[in-house]
Structure formats: structure tokens, C-alpha cells
Design a protein around this ligand. Structure first.
Ligand SMILES: NC(=O)c1ccc[n+]([C@@H]2O[C@H](COP(=O)([O-])OP(=O)(O)OC[C@H]3O[C@@H](n4cnc5c(N)ncnc54)[C@H](O)[C@@H]3O)[C@@H](O)[C@H]2O)c1
Length: 361
């Protein structure tokens, strides 16, 4: 059996607490990877992670630069707010470490394209934990649609509404940032939509706003229309300032209109419906089963990839399409115009490639 790989976990507060309690212990149990240091700018939360990860005092750092320079891990895990992702990726690249990062790749399209180009050029492996697409209910729906039993997929309808209207109820930084619904919420649903439709986005038209009762600096509501490259049409509603939570995290609503059946996922219940032979027939589908889902599954696939296994489905190549859809939707929301997502990606990638420093031959 291979020796466990060594990693540094950066950002142990907020969602990093979920990693420390539910994701990282499994990597150790599987004998795949062990932590050699943890980093957070908050020393109090570092002390909690020390116990959770079984680390010594000299393995706790408030500076990622110092931790990576001193330990030279095989890979780093980034769970800090998106605006700091590029800084962490740059540190990893300086020391030749692979990268497993929380979504999105970065907080802007330009930074996402820079990370994409730099990591590719350095020949390093990077995957992005866009976790909700890899949850049991969405995976079951995706597998059903792709089974071919229901004929061609024509359209998808998605809905996620939450009562997170009060200040800080959805984490402080999300109430202060621009476009919180799209960047921190809908980004997952864009990824799910790509997976369910089996295609990337061709065009997106997004209308976003914040109602008077939403305690947000940016837009907390959105109505979005997307046409995928394979012609599948999508309609999506997101609302972070709703009076009630109808489909919150992990309880998504997605309806897939296929030629021979309507598939409806609502609060982790999947039903297949059709009246095509007279009376409506409703079939409840059992959700698929496997050892792990979401981040735990993604972390396992990432380490297997580093060990020479096949690339996981959430590599940088895959996720840059999700970023393109996200930032094209933001452009659409800001300009009021539909945006061609593939042109948007090419244009941004070209601009970044032209500005990256040339390596001397
Ligand atoms: N996949 C998911 O379902 C999911 C859910 C929540 C958050 N996230 C992602 O996780 C990341 C972190 O979000 P969060 O909600 O945990 O944020 P947060 O602000 O609640 O916590 C971030 C942690 O990082 C630390 N930190 C901030 N800057 C740092 C730096 N420069 N160096 C070291 N530590 C630093 C903070 O002290 C804090 O402990 C984001 O990319 C977010 O999008 C993903």
C-alpha cells in the first residue's frame, strides 16, 4: 500500500470546520492522506483544529506562506474566502504542491483564468470542490436522466429559496460582498445544471436584485435563463431573502422535462411521472447508494488522481466552465443583456494569456 500523501489545510474556521470534522478524518482512515499542518489567521479556531486533526502546536500556523515553505506538502487544501484563493494557489505553485480548492476557482473571471493558466503551465493538478453536484440526490437524478430510459432531455427547471435575509445569517462576508447569490449560492446550481444537462452553457440571461428586507450589500435574488450547448433550455430561481426556506442547501428542487417522462427532485425525493399512456403513473425512485458523497468523495477521488488514478470529474478543466457561466451570469445581471458564455470564456482566457509573464527559453 502507498504511503499516505501529506497535505496542509488552509482555513479551518467556517466551512473548514466541516472539512476538519467530516472530510479529513476519512482521508486518514482510508490511508490516503494525512495533515502535516493547519493554517488560519484566527489562532482560536486553529486550537480547535489541532485536536480535530491530531496536530502538535508546531504544526499550527497563521501564515500559509510559512507553513508551506517549512513543510513542503504534496498538496494543499484551500478553504478560505474566494478573494484569497489566488494567493494560496501562487504559494502552492512556488513549492510544486498540487491543489484541492473550495469553489469558486476565484472571486473574478480574470483571477480564475489566471489560476487556470498558471496551474496548467506549472503542470500541477488542481480540482475544485463544487460539492453539491456530487450529493446523493443530484447524482441519482443525473444518472436517471443519462440512463436514456426517458428519452431526450428538453428542459430543466431549478429552484433554491432560503430565509437567510437577516445580517450575517449566511456568514458575514456574504452579506458584504457583491453578487452573493450568484457567487456563493447559484454557482453550485450552475454546476448541477451542467451535470444534469450533460453540456456547458452557451448563453445566459440573469436578472438579479435585493429586496428591501434583504440585509445584503449585493443582490440576493435572481431569475436566470440558460441555453446549453446541446440545446437544453434552463430556467432557475434563487432567493436568499425569502420569507421561508423551500429548497435550501441539500434540499434542491430540479425538474427535468424529458421526451417520455417528467423527473422531479424536491427535498431529496425523486419522482418519475408520465401520463403518456392515459392515467398518470408516478414512480418513486430510491436514491443511489455508495460509501461517500460530496466533499468526502471528491477528496478521495483527488488523492487517487495524485496517486496515478483517473482524473476526477471536478478538475480545473471542468470547473473553468462553471466559472465562465457564473461570471457571464454576473455580467448579464450587471448589463441587462444576455451573454454568450463560450465567447466570454475565450475572451477572458485570451486577455489573461497575453498578460502572463513569458518564461525565458
Ligand atoms: N462547497 C460548499 O458547499 C461550501 C460551503 C461553504 C463555503 N464554501 C467555500 O469555502 C470557502 C471558505 O468559506 P467559509 O464560509 O468557510 O468562509 P469563512 O469566512 O466563514 O471562514 C474562512 C476561514 O478562513 C480563515 N482565513 C481567511 N483568510 C485567511 C488567510 N489569508 N489565511 C488563512 N486563513 C484565512 C478565516 O479566519 C476563517 O477561519 C469559500 O471558498 C466558500 O465559497 C463552500
Amino acid at each position: 500500500m502507498k504511503k499516505p500523501l501529506q497535505y496542509i489545510h488552509i482555513g479551518v474556521g467556517g466551512f473548514g470546520q466541516y472539512w476538519c470534522s467530516a472530510v479529513l478524518p476519512r482521508l486518514r482512515e482510508l490511508g490516503l492522506a494525512v495533515p502535516i499542518a493547519a493554517v488560519d489567521i484566527n489562532p482560536d479556531i486553529l486550537r480547535k483544529a489541532k485536536t480535530q486533526l491530531g496536530l502538535a502546536d508546531n504544526q499550527l500556523y497563521t501564515s500559509a506562506a510559512q507553513a508551506i515553505a517549512e513543510h513542503k506538502p504534496d498538496f494543499i487544501i484551500i478553504v478560505v474566502p474566494p478573494a484569497f484563493h489566488e494567493e494560496m494557489v501562487d504559494l502552492a505553485m512556488r513549492h510544486g504542491c498540487h491543489i484541492l480548492s473550495e469553489k469558486p476557482i476565484a472571486d473574478t473571471m480574470a483571477a480564475s483564468c489566471r489560476i487556470f493558466c498558471k496551474v496548467k503551465k506549472a503542470g500541477l493538478k488542481m480540482a475544485v470542490t463544487m460539492s453539491h453536484r456530487f450529493d446523493q440526490d443530484k447524482q441519482t437524478l443525473e444518472r436517471e436522466i443519462k440512463s436514456g430510459k426517458y428519452g431526450q432531455l428538453s428542459s430543466l427547471i431549478g429552484r433554491n429559496t432560503w430565509n437567510y435575509r437577516k445580517k450575517d445569517s449566511w456568514g458575514k462576508f456574504r452579506h458584504e460582498m457583491a453578487d452573493p447569490l450568484l457567487v456563493e449560492g447559484t454557482v453550485h446550481h450552475f454546476d448541477i445544471i451542467r451535470a444534469l444537462s450533460g453540456a456547458n452553457a452557451q448563453t445566459v440571461y440573469a436578472v438579479t436584485w435585493n429586496p428591501p428586507w434583504g440585509e445584503y450589500a449585493g443582490d440576493s435574488n435572481g431569475l436566470i435563463t440558460i441555453t446549453m450547448t446541446n440545446g437544453v433550455r434552463v430556467s432557475y430561481e434563487g432567493n436568499k431573502a425569502s420569507a421561508t426556506t423551500l429548497n435550501g442547501w441539500c434540499q434542491d428542487y430540479f425538474r427535468a422535462e424529458c421526451e417520455l417522462a417528467t423527473l422531479e427532485l424536491d427535498n431529496r425525493r425523486l419522482r418519475v411521472m408520465s401520463d403518456l399512456n392515459g392515467e398518470r403513473v408516478i414512480t418513486e425512485k430510491q436514491l443511489a447508494n455508495q460509501a461517500a458523497w460530496t466533499n468526502a468523495w471528491l477528496a478521495e477521488m483527488f488523492v487517487n488522481w495524485l496517486n496515478g488514478g483517473e482524473a476526477p470529474p471536478n478538475t480545473l478543466d471542468d470547473n473553468i466552465q462553471c466559472c465562465a457561466l457564473l461570471f457571464a451570469a454576473i455580467e448579464s445581471a450587471h448589463t441587462g443583456q444576455p451573454v454568450d458564455v463560450q465567447n466570454f470564456l475565450q475572451k477572458n482566457m485570451k486577455a489573461v494569456e497575453q498578460n502572463l509573464p513569458r518564461t525565458k527559453s
